[in-house]
Ligand binder design. Sequence first.
Ligand SMILES: [Zn+2]
Length: 262
Amino acid sequence: MSCKFPNLQMFRNNVLFNFKFSRMRPYLILLIILFQFACKDTPPQKKEEPISSINDSIPAKLEQLDTIKAVAPRTITYDYDTLQWLDLADVEKGIQIDMRYATTNNFVNEQMYECGRCFLRPEVARAVAEAHHHLKKQGYGLKMLDCFRPRPIQQKLWDKVPNPSYVTPPKKGSMHNRGLAVDLTLVDVAGNQIDMGTPFDFFGKEAHHTYTGFSKEILDHRKLLKQTMKLYGFKHIRTEWWHYSYTKGKHELSDYLWECDH
Ligand SMILES: [Zn+2]
């Protein structure tokens, strides 16, 4: 930016001007000097960074990048023995988990688990995840209703309902107590539960695989679940459309109780 001022020489012949100008002259000169000083272009002060300083900073910046890279991958901290168990949520996050025995929405109307985590033996968890991926291609998904059931919880259930028609005696133990069984249903692509004819834990002939009194759509959905689970190594039982046991593994009954503050 620059400021230009009129050439005062052109006023020299004007007497009145000369008179006033002579009195004001010192002030005007001072004002012009101050004004010119204020309007003088002042290029921005660019602080040159010495080349050596830039070079010196490169290793430090690379080191910072290395630190970011090292921290970036999310590391899962397992609060259980991964040789024995897998929490299904650590294997496949897309599967819905609705552990009914962690709520009062079950056939004993009482919360049996402290919290709802779906634990399974590692190979079983992986097989369930594969079945879910298979269903996903057809616009469906899985929702877990029960998974591994610790033996102390089986005892609690037995104490409440000591009837082998509904609850397996704890001494005998069930596939759930081994981490080899799942209770599950289908959901649609939006995550809505599919109508399978009866609720979970419905004890009656309508829950049997052989029951044919429902619509073709319901029967087809039961068939889809059964065929998919079979494809990934699970066997159905005649009386419960929701129950599947893994056939390719052997594990002991377990008292393991999972952590809830994870
Ligand atoms: Zn079951």
